[in-house]
Ligand binder design. Structure first.
Ligand code: COA
Length: 604
């Protein structure tokens, strides 16, 4: 059966739907909803049996859904309608939410229901819930829908608000007035809820020093108690501290960290008319301290020891804990993006963790992503993006090198969040790679116009063989855990549920640490490393990769290749692509002449 995925963007949910359906043997292709005509041509080209829209913000034209069954994945419970579904669920403190698959119809989100799934709500940002709970529920509901469609006898349920089972309602778009923080009255819990409901889009519009910013990335602080605010004469809204780019603000009953800001009212300019770097840095989401600059002069930096594992909520990107001869290094960088400074801090923490008397060191990554490689937003905002790219890639390489050359312990990458580009190569530096079942990997750099580094030319072929390494990096497609395990890209698949996942990580890591063969494993690891080093030194892999990266950063882009600076600009400014990337289009239909014909007809 041929299934066409129509989506506003090839986002995490769309990628997961793609890998899950392909793993079940369906022929899958993707068309981005760039225009009605574009969708029509995508359908004409692929001739699907079924159309699924895992993430669609646009309305499907009537002629499409009247001719072919189109199923929309809506991130809400039965009966919920409107564009701010999860935002309202968070603001209203819903304890249970869901995903519903419904047939496209005249009225948005009001078509017949094919499947619905629910999940308990977690106190977290909207994007976080979307990436985990919504994505898992959507995949379950989508697969059930496909089974029902194949059986051919399923009668979908019309939306009927008199049915007690239908708890949702039509809700309007949530506007900034409804999101606004009232610093004089809102308590910490309310502020967190408001920022969470708008994270990562659109952010909550707020005023700092008479200027408007969208705020993102909220964290509670309960190491410094609320009464200290009064004692210090702090006013609600005041910025009273900073740490690693985040700012600490006083509320009526405590303190909250805000990690990122985006300045309002900066207009995008086409690539060829780039803004100056000062203007530029405010138009994109960046660490709060970078955006506020000298306004924070005099605001104290509140240091934190990465190895301090004492309890208490606060903002900390790097955290270490240890138990039964196993060390766990968590590094939760916003969006998995790792700037030069973050890579350097991570390397420092890694070295401290190595010095601990443990046998196994587990690299835990973050709750959202393990890593997505170099920090494209920070690079975009730099005075000299090419130079900053160079610094950043070297800093991440230094960290990867430290992991690759660790001979005193066994190392593990435990991947709970997804990872892409450099992050998807960095995980391979560890001796073993374990991943949550629902993780999607993007082990390629091509779409960003980069050759890539992070010693991938050593680690990837070593695990999957040179041919598969080429296929993964050139086809530039996401892979799910089952395929990743079959290829040898990862070693183990762990549960999708966080508590069980953590338990399994601990169980497996402790089993490694206490294994009778531990000394032999360590010996073997040293042997392989020395053998590989004799064959080709790691320095040579790095030098060859960086030579190509230097051209990507500083040189001229070869005709027909993706220009890194252009691709990065489009990525950080969220500019829609002109067409669906050919790698997303189903292989069996990659008839080049047909694709070219299609492109020509679209251009005309
Ligand atoms: N630098 C800065 N921001 C990054 C980033 C990076 N390397 N990778 C991801 N992000 C941001 C996205 O802009 C997005 O920001 P938002 O909070 O404003 O929405 C957020 O992380 C989530 O990314 P998104 O693309 O929506 O997630 P996804 O699950 O759909 O896709 C990836 C994951 C990894 C495929 C995709 O983010 C990607 O291609 N990232 C770029 C990777 C890269 O080229 N790195 C540089 C080379 S090493």
């Amino acid at each position: 059966m041929r299934i066409l995925l129509i989506a506003s963007a090839y986002n995490g949910l769309c990628q997961r739907a793609h890998v899950e359906l392909e793993a079940l043997g369906y022929e899958v292709s993707v068309t981005l909803a760039l225009s009605s005509d574009f969708i029509r041509k995508g359908i004409a080209f692929f001739q699907p049996d079924l159309i699924i829209c895992p993430f669609l913000k646009e309305k499907l034209p009537k002629d499409i859904w009247t001719q072919k069954l189109c199923l929309i994945v809506h991130p809400g419970i039965k009966g919920d309608r409107g564009p701010s579904s999860l935002d309202w669920a968070i603001i209203n403190g819903e304890t249970e939410w869901g995903v519903t698959v419904l047939q496209a119809a005249e009225e948005m989100d009001a078509g017949d229901i094919w499947a619905t799934e629910t999940f308990p709500m977690r106190k977290a940002g909207k994007a976080s819930i979307y990436r985990k709970e919504v994505t898992n529920a959507a995949v379950r509901a989508m697969l059930q829908t496909v089974r029902r469609f194949e059986k051919k006898d399923y009668v979908p349920e019309p939306l009927d608000y008199t049915n007690p089972d239908v708890r949702g309602e039509l809700r309007p778009l949530m506007k900034q007035v409804q999101r606004q923080i009232d610093w004089a009255n809102d308590d910490v819990e309310t502020i967190i809820k408001k920022i969470n409901a708008a994270d990562s889009f659109p952010g909550v519009l707020d005023v700092i020093n008479h200027q408007e910013f969208y705020v993102y990335g909220v964290h509670k602080e309960n190491r410094i108690q609320g009464w200290q605010c009064l004692f210090q004469n702090w006013q609600p809204g005041d910025i009273v501290g900073q740490r690693h780019g985040a700012i600490l603000r006083a509320a009526v009953d405590g303190l909250v960290w805000i990690s990122h800001l985006k300045r309002k009212n900066i207009e995008y300019t086409p690539f060829y008319k780039r803004m100056t770097s000062t203007e530029k840095q405010h138009g994109i989401k960046l660490p709060a301290a970078t955006v506020l600059g000298s306004y924070l002069d005099g605001v104290p930096e509140l240091p934190i020891d990465p190895l301090d594992s004492s309890a208490g909520k606060t903002f900390r990107e790097i955290r270490y804990e240890e138990n039964n001869a196993v060390g766990y290094l968590h590094f939760d960088f916003h969006n998995g993006a790792m700037s030069t400074e973050q890579c350097r801090r991570l390397l420092e923490a890694y070295r401290l963790a190595l010095a601990r008397p443990t046998k196994v060191l587990v690299l835990m990554g973050g709750r959202e992503f393990w890593s997505n490689g170099i920090h494209l937003n920070v690079i975009e905002a730099a005075q000299n993006p090419a130079r900053e790219s160079w610094e950043n890639i070297n800093a991440i390489d230094d960290f990867v090198l430290a992991v690759l050359t660790t001979d005193s312990k066994l190392t593990v990458s435990a991947v709970w969040g997804g990872c892409g580009a450099g992050g998807a190569m960095a995980i391979l530096a560890a001796d073993q790679v374990w991943a949550r079942e629902g993780v999607v990997f993007n082990p390629h750099y091509k779409l960003m116009g980069l050759y890539g580094s992070e010693y991938w030319t050593y680690s990837l072929p070593k695990r999957v063989g040179p041919l598969k390494a080429l296929e993964l990096t050139e086809r530039a497609l996401p892979i799910g855990t089952r395929k990743a395990k079959t290829l040898g890209y990862i070693d183990a698949i762990l549960p999708n549920d966080y508590v069980n996942y953590l338990e399994e990580v601990r169980y497996k890591a402790e089993a490694l640490a206490t294994a009778s063969q531990y000394p032999k494993m360590l010996e073997e690891k040293a042997f392989i490393r020395q053998r590989d080093e004799r064959l080709k030194p790691l320095a040579d892999y790095r030098a060859a990769e960086l030579l190509k990266m230097k051209t990507n950063f500083f040189g001229k882009c070869a005709p027909g290749q993706v220009n890194y600076h252009h691709a990065r600009y489009n990525f950080v400014h969220k500019i829609k692509p002109a067409e669906t990337s050919p790698c997303m289009v189903n292989n069996s239909f990659q008839d080049v002449s047909r694709l070219n014909e299609l492109r020509l007809s679209l251009a005309s």
